[in-house]
Design a protein around this ligand. Structure first.
Ligand code: GLC
Length: 540
């Protein structure tokens, strides 16, 4: 099989603005990030996904772009970006960047030209209506913040479409000129060395809601056009789509292997949290079975948390309620209708063995694992910050003021650092944890190393293994070799038996503790409460 790098990448996402400030203005920047590359290569990261770093009025954390061809001056210059790319490449780290082209910022020159002049060539870059049609409330991405997807613009004398904030007018993807611009943007960043794009809000791109002339097939075809373009410019570049859609719609994004290479695994993520809440393995089994088979080159990107809310919208109302009760009991921990605005460690009450269980599980599920900055050290959230900012606090590097993120006065920081309590930077930070052999960061490093050694998890075919304990999720991924992985979701120790072929034995690779080597005659495998074990399956 062709070597497909993304199938066994260790992806790490970060926002330049909150990672490391090099010039003391309180805002993270590319020079700061470049200095931190050794940390990332040290823990074994092989691919970075950068959140939007383009010039932006920042109504939506940079997801409102006003210039696709530049770096936000607060974060550095294009020169700093190129130097960063060079240094990342030197360390064997690839870079994927966010491509936010479902919408622009209202301040983008295209929108400014479009609203001023009906006859401007940019008018048709956006979606206008003099009489906006009725829309389904579920189309509101930020309920309670926006009450419509149409906004009247006095200058234009018409309403424009916006699925997200009203400061983010949707682009008209059925317009060939817009598609050409999008390809040009991708071409630009590919020339600067990026290995692909995270396609923001992909479903809105291809659904054509509000576009009168929209032809569904034509819009979906744009995903193939993007793919063709990207592959022609750089054969190993990948497209990773953000598409939280029901299982039956997934094929629209993967196609026959001729559209997106990767999709975030929103479904499995939600099933995982339900399984953790219920401590029942069958939920995860159902989750895996619900996923469609993927064309050979396609891949899931698995994650625990990312920069947005933990969405639960693929679960039923009662299932959502169970997850809320278990992991976000207070109203203030929730956001929008189906979301949780927390990081993992506080959701697990800071219990180390449960935190390990979740990452061990996510890293071993079929697909490619994604970590988000701060997960390697167990950062918490700040619920006093509004909305999704609770999980977007600056990276905690040391116990120096501001967690070593910046030399600026604390009140000048782009966002406050967590400075108190169990998750304060005085306790949770890179430098302190690096000195402690039992810290989360050192455990995470071992997890990453093990995942790299078990490439079957990224490329193999998977199979659910039946056990005699409903709380134990067991699966196997196999290509040339086979990896068997067991996770005990329950708060009590147990032993399970697996039905293996007579000539096969299991060799421990990784686990929550050092277990006695298995006695293959008894066939019984002990697991601690919340325990996990990874094995090679060998021929006897
Ligand atoms: C994506 C981003 C989110 C942003 C939205 C609008 O969902 O992840 O942060 O608000 O798109 O661009």
């Amino acid at each position: 099989m062709k070597k497909l790098w993304y199938k066994n990448a260790i992806v790490y996402s970060l926002d330049v603005e909150t990672f490391m400030d090099s010039d003391g203005d309180g805002i993270g920047d590319f020079q700061g990030l470049t200095k931190c590359l050794d940390h990332l290569s040290g823990i074994g990261i092989t691919c970075l996904w950068l959140l939007p770093f383009y010039p932006s009025p920042n109504r939506d954390n940079g997801y409102d772009v006003m210039d696709y061809y530049n770096v936000d001056p607060r974060l550095g210059t294009l020169g700093d970006f190129v130097e960063f790319m060079h240094q990342a490449r030197e360390r064997g780290i690839r870079v994927i960047v966010d491509l936010v082209v479902n919408h622009t910022s209202i301040q983008h020159p295209w929108f400014q030209a479009a609203r001023k002049d009906k006859h401007s060539k940019y008018r048709d870059f956006y979606v206008w209506s003099e009489n906006p049609p009725k829309f389904e409330p579920k189309l509101l991405m930020f309920p309670n913040v926006e009450d419509s997807i149409w906004e009247y613009d006095a200058q234009a004398g018409a309403y424009y479409l916006h699925h997200f904030y009203k400061e983010q007018p949707d682009l008209n993807i059925s317009n060939p000129a817009v598609r050409e611009e999008i390809c040009k943007i991708m071409g630009f960043w590919l020339e600067l060395g990026v290995s692909g794009f995270r396609i923001d809000a992909a479903p809105f791109l291809i659904k054509g809601i509000g576009i009168k002339s929209a032809d569904r097939e034509d819009l979906q075809g744009f995903l193939s056009e993007m793919r063709e373009f990207v592959s022609s410019r750089r054969g190993d570049a990948v497209l990773l789509a953000e598409a939280n859609v029901p299982p039956e719609q997934i094929s629209a994004y993967f196609g026959k292997g001729d559209k997106m290479h990767m999709l975030f695994n929103f479904l499995l993520n939600q099933y995982m949290f339900l399984a953790l809440a219920r401590r029942e393995a069958c939920i995860l089994q159902d989750g895996l079975k619900t996923l469609p088979d993927l064309p050979g080159i396609c891949q899931w990107l698995n994650f625990v948390r990312h920069h947005d809310e933990l969405a639960l919208d693929r679960l039923s109302q009662t299932q959502q309620e169970e997850v809320f009760q278990a992991f976000a009991p207070d109203e203030n921990m929730r956001i929008y209708e189906h979301g949780i605005r927390r990081r993992l460690p506080p959701m697990m009450n800071g219990e180390r063995r449960r935190i390990e269980l979740v990452y061990s599980l996510m890293f071993s599920l079929p697909g490619t694992p994604l970590l988000r900055y701060g997960e390697e050290i167990g950062m918490g959230e700040d619920l006093s910050l509004p909305g999704r900012n609770s999980v977007r606090t600056p990276m905690q590097w040391s116990d120096a003021p501001n967690g070593g993120f910046s030399n600026a006065p604390a009140n000048a920081l782009v966002r406050s650092v967590i400075a108190e309590g169990e998750y304060g930077y005085q306790r949770v930070n890179v430098a302190t944890e690096q000195r402690d052999p039992n810290s989360l960061i050192n455990w995470m490093e071992r997890l990453i190393r093990t995942r790299k050694q078990c490439q079957e998890l990224g490329i193999g075919s998977w199979q659910i293994l039946e056990t005699d304990e409903p709380c134990v999720f067991a699966h196997c991924c196999e290509s040339q070799r086979a990896v068997v992985v067991l996770h005990n979701l329950a708060d009590r120790a147990c032993s399970v038996t697996l039905k293996l072929q007579d000539d096969k034995c299991l060799i421990d690779v990784f686990g929550d503790r050092q277990y006695e080597p298995l006695n293959n005659d008894s066939g019984s495998i002990p697991l601690e409460a919340y325990g996990y074990r990874w094995f090679w399956m060998n021929q006897m």
